[in-house]
Ligand binder design. Structure first.
Ligand code: UD1
Length: 421
């Protein structure tokens, strides 16, 4: 299994191209199931999660082409198989995003239940309850969600009030509602930029959606959708990750293609920590001003501080002056990077959903273990500032969400390499 070796202490400087957002690309790919015409996505990142979703859609019967050189994904044709098997869903929870589109267009779907994952239990009850409200009949059988629309009919519009703000559930129901009979209202919907990107793509396919960017989406179902070409928005989490990486080294990076509005509350937290963020014509400039300061953050749905930035921000806080209280409210087990950062000399005391980070003058390099996608990259960030050598093991998590991360960091001056093995 590959490892990443970092020798810390180099200041990062230069430009880093930010790719298309993984979390936008995955639901956007699922829109290929809503029409038999071609859906073409540009600015597509080359990530293993994208390949997994492509494999799943191909298994459903779509023609899937991903040209990594031109960053273009094209999805075409009709589904002939309605099952999302355990092997694929287990690898990537976002596979459950095929459920809404399959039900809406074909009236049937059999999707493996995702089960637990490293960062928490992550149920799909909100997806299922919403689809039931739209008339789907859902049974759980042998680890699978068996769903169908009775009598060969269509899903029906409904008023769905989410009891919790959930990105994936909002996306699944938004896609399902575009082809339902009548009007669907999604109340307390998630407002992540990736959801707005999905809604804009659906609009370009002929869907009728109001309230984009708000917590109340109103969708008037149409009989059919047509093909489209859609550019995927930039990855705010990749950009935020590099902002932290640059800052921890005292550096300055231009995050090419990024927009400041996509950061939500992360902008304020980074600025309070001592990282200047400036929007420029071709991206966002992230520059460490003087010292880093401890800042308290609490993860929340967008526009709050993103849970997907929590581990990276914690690495930054590990070397800041003063203390920082980091509270995770979205996932119950998302502090697995804490013991690994502690092995590098960080002073972190986690209890329940909060962690107190007391900044230390220096981290020291160590062999560490990656446990999930964002935890992996937080260890790389820590390694960039640590004295000596850090080796991050089990980096396959990293390839799910970061394209050539070690090459991008090396080009900005980091001493980092991948060791195949
Ligand atoms: C998405 C992102 C993930 C990010 C997360 C929160 C993708 C592919 N993944 O995940 O990177 O960390 O949003 O911003 O876009 N919940 C339920 N029942 C449900 C669905 C969710 O209780 O049916 C809970 C979850 O356990 C969690 C919270 O709601 O506590 C938010 O989950 P959700 O926003 O749905 O996360 P994902 O869509 O899985």
């Amino acid at each position: 299994m590959d490892r990443i070796r970092i020798r810390g202490g180099r200041r990062l400087e230069g430009r880093i191209a930010i790719g298309g957002a993984k979390n936008a690309a995955l639901p956007l790919m699922a829109t290929g199931l809503l029409t038999h015409e071609a859906v073409v996505l540009t600015n597509a990142p080359a990530l293993s999660d994208i390949a997994t979703m492509g494999g799943l859609l191909a298994q459903h019967g779509l023609r899937v082409e991903h040209d990594t050189a031109s960053r273009r994904i094209s999805l075409d044709g009709a589904a002939t198989d309605f099952e999302a098997p355990y092997d694929l869903v287990r690898k990537m929870r976002a596979s459950v995003l095929v459920l809404g589109p399959l039900l809406a267009r074909y009236g049937q779907a059999r999707v493996s239940l995702p089960g637990g994952c490293a960062i928490g239990t992550r149920p799909v009850d909100l997806h299922l309850k919403g689809l039931e409200q739209m008339g789907a009949v859902i049974e759980l059988d042998a680890g699978y969600i068996n769903a169908r629309v009775p009598d060969g009919g269509r899903l029906k519009g409904a008023r769905i009030l989410f009891t919790q703000v959930a990105a994936g559930a909002t996306e699944n129901l938004l896609m399902a509602a575009t082809l339902a009979e009548g009007t669907t209202e999604l109340v307390n919907a998630a407002r992540e930029p990736e959801i707005s990107d999905l809604a804009h793509c659906l609009l370009s396919m002929g869907a009728r959606i109001e309230g984009i960017g708000t917590d109340r989406l109103v969708i008037e179902g149409v009989d059919s959708l047509h093909g489209t070409a859609h550019p995927i928005l930039p990855d705010r989490i990749e950009a935020g990750t590099f902002a932290c990486a640059g800052a921890i080294t005292g550096g300055e990076l231009l995050l090419e293609g990024m927009r400041l509005d996509l950061f939500g509350a992360c902008t304020r937290s980074l600025r309070e920590a001592g990282v200047e963020l400036l929007e420029e014509a071709d991206g966002v400039r992230a520059r460490r001003l003087n010292g880093l300061h401890g800042v308290d953050v609490m993860t929340e749905p967008f526009p709050g501080f993103a849970t997907d930035m929590q581990a990276q921000f914690m690495a930054l806080m590990a070397v800041a002056e003063g203390a920082s209280m980091i509270t995770e409210t979205i996932f119950e087990n998302r502090f697995m990077h804490v013991p690994e950062l502690t092995r590098m000399g960080a002073r972190i005391n986690a209890h329940g959903s909060s962690a107190i980070v007391r900044g230390v003058g220096k981290l020291s390099g160590a062999p560490v273990m990656a446990t999930d996608l964002r935890a992996s990259v937080s260890l790389i960030i820590a390694g960039l500032a640590a004295e000596g050598e850090t080796v991050v093991n089990r980096v396959y998590h990293l390839d799910r969400g970061y394209e050539r991360v070690e090459q991008k960091l090396a080009a900005a001056g980091a001493d980092i390499e991948r060791i195949a093995g």
